[in-house]
Design a protein around this ligand. Structure first.
Ligand SMILES: Cc1ncc(COP(=O)(O)O)c(C=O)c1O
Length: 498
């Protein structure tokens, strides 16, 4: 076959100042040309001497690239006759535009792009150059960095077998003990360490529970509005969700006369309804437990938001009230410490512990043992209690600063009231706007909030924004809220003109 030297050379572009060495660049570009079919099989490549002269690189650069491509089956050299593109890869090169199936229905239900793979990448979680009032954000500056570093260092260099092998699928035993002490003390669960399984945050617990407890098609009751990623975990298993409204006593029970089959599972946030912030009344708690018993259904109690309390005492968990073992409690260190450490737990009825541990190790393996060991010490040496005391004071002050700034700069647009716990207030819009559009408009101006509309299942809700206060310093709050007001004005002006 005729040499492809001219065409090949025109397609090569090597950059001396790039981070990647020249031989890797040459290798990568030749490989792409072969894989995409632009260098068909049997093509004879220019000699190394020609490439050296034309590309202005050393012989070793060309030889290294050729050797690597030959080792991987892309090139073949014939003694005394030059180097050719091998048939192995190039005959399989796609000749037509790429056509691939869309995501599965379950995949599409959980993907921000729907079934389509070609859409834009989702927005960065915490973009730089922004004011973030994102509801789940904690104060990074308050993270107990020195203590955490010391505790990690204590375990990081360990040559112990348990620290260097696969971790126990139930979690590191000392951490299970420390978590049991903590939840019994702070949340009145009344569990043993054997009932605690360590997870990579609440999200992993929801995913495992969805696989373990539900078959595709089983109905799940969720709060409407309710926590988004918990709901998506159930939907991603092919389970339809049925939203129940939230009133002044918490989530309302589903109308049992209205539906053919009862839901197999209900996912609730009794301590502090997410996102509205309502504490479920004792009477409603009793009704939900009776509902689970009557229908043979599970209740997943999402208790991720209850320790950061500024006034009053949280009511104990449903788990602690449930004698019939229908309740599973999910907790997380994302808000009390930081979401980046990805540690949480699931507290289960005894007979669910082993099935959960097996499913959990298939779905995600336990979290890194070194992190679990550091968290064990963090809990058992009292650092978490100290950190909670500090952050409660800090967040209470940040909430006050936020409400004051809203009062001064945004009161004609939103109405917000003090909350007793959690990391966000509800900013109810005074005008009947689409809150998703408002949040997008603010984001375009570099100010990030979550719109209530994204938490809805089917109900129409009054428009509101969740406005997080934990991530913004008290003395910066007036400026940050000022930016929100300015972004809102700009968005409104743009809307008025279009
Ligand atoms: C109510 C609620 N549940 C669950 C989660 C998820 O927690 P994790 O980060 O542990 O997955 C959050 C996080 O913001 C939350 O607010």
């Amino acid at each position: 076959m005729k040499s492809a030297g001219g065409r090949l050379l025109a397609g090569l572009e090597l950059h001396r100042d790039a981070a990647q060495p020249l031989h890797r660049q040459l290798y990568g570009q030749l490989r792409t040309q072969i894989l995409t079919g632009s260098l068909p099989s049997g093509t004879r490549l220019p000699s190394t001497r020609t490439l050296v002269a034309e590309l202005g690189v050393s012989r070793i650069t060309v030889v290294s690239a050729f050797e690597q491509l030959t080792a991987e089956g892309f090139l073949r050299s014939r003694a005394g006759d030059g180097t050719y593109v091998d048939t192995l890869w190039s005959d399989n090169a796609p000749r037509q535009p790429l056509s691939r199936p869309p995501l599965s229905e379950r995949g599409a239900a959980t993907s921000s792009r729907g079934a389509d793979l070609s859409g834009e990448a989702p927005q960065a979680w915490a973009p730089a150059e922004s004011e973030s009032f994102v509801a789940s954000q904690v104060a990074a500056s308050a993270f107990p960095a020195a203590t955490w570093k010391r505790l990690l260092g204590r375990h990081a260099g360990s040559t112990e077998q348990f620290m260097n092998g696969y971790g126990d699928p139930h979690g590191h035993r000392p951490l299970r003990e420390a978590i049991a002490d903590y939840v019994n003390d702070v949340r009145g669960l009344g569990c043993t360490p054997d009932q605690v399984i360590v997870t990579s945050g609440a999200q992993q617990a929801f995913n495992v529970l969805a696989v373990l407890l539900l078959d595709a098609g089983d109905t799940v009751v969720v709060e409407d509005p309710g926590h988004i990623s918990g709901r998506l975990a159930f939907q991603s298993q092919g389970c339809p969700v049925r939203g129940v409204p939230v009133d002044a006593e918490g989530a309302v029970l589903p109308d049992e006369n209205d539906v053919e089959s009862p839901a197999r599972l209900a996912c609730l946030t009794p301590a502090r309804q997410h996102p509205l912030g309502i504490a479920m009344s004792p009477a409603r708690r009793a009704e939900w437990i009776a509902w689970a018993e009557r229908n043979g259904s599970w209740i997943v109690e999402d208790d991720c938001d209850s320790e950061l309390r500024y006034r009053g005492k949280a009511l104990p968990t449903l788990f602690g009230l449930d004698l019939s073992r229908h309740v599973i409690t999910v907790g997380s260190f994302s808000k009390v410490l930081a979401p980046s450490i990805r540690l949480g737990y699931c507290v289960l009825p005894e007979d669910l512990v082993e099935p959960f541990a097996s499913a959990s190790s298939i779905i995600g393996r336990p979290p890194a043992t070194v992190l679990q060991a550091a968290l064990t010490d963090f809990l058992s040496e009292g650092h978490l209690h100290a950190h909670l005391r500090r952050t409660r004071r800090l967040y209470a002050a940040r909430q006050d600063a936020l409400l004051e700034a809203i009062d001064q700069r945004l009161s004609r647009r939103i109405q917000a009231e003090q909350v007793d716990a959690g990391l966000h207030v509800m900013g109810w819009l005074r005008e009947p706007l689409d809150d998703i559009e408002v949040a997008r408009g603010l984001a375009a101006g570099g100010v990030y909030t979550y719109p209530l509309g994204e938490y809805r299942v089917t109900r129409r809700l009054p428009p509101a924004l969740l406005i997080g206060f934990a991530g913004t310093a008290e003395d910066h709050m007036p400026e940050a809220v000022g930016r929100m007001a300015a972004a809102w004005d700009r968005w409104e002006q743009l809307g008025a003109r279009s």
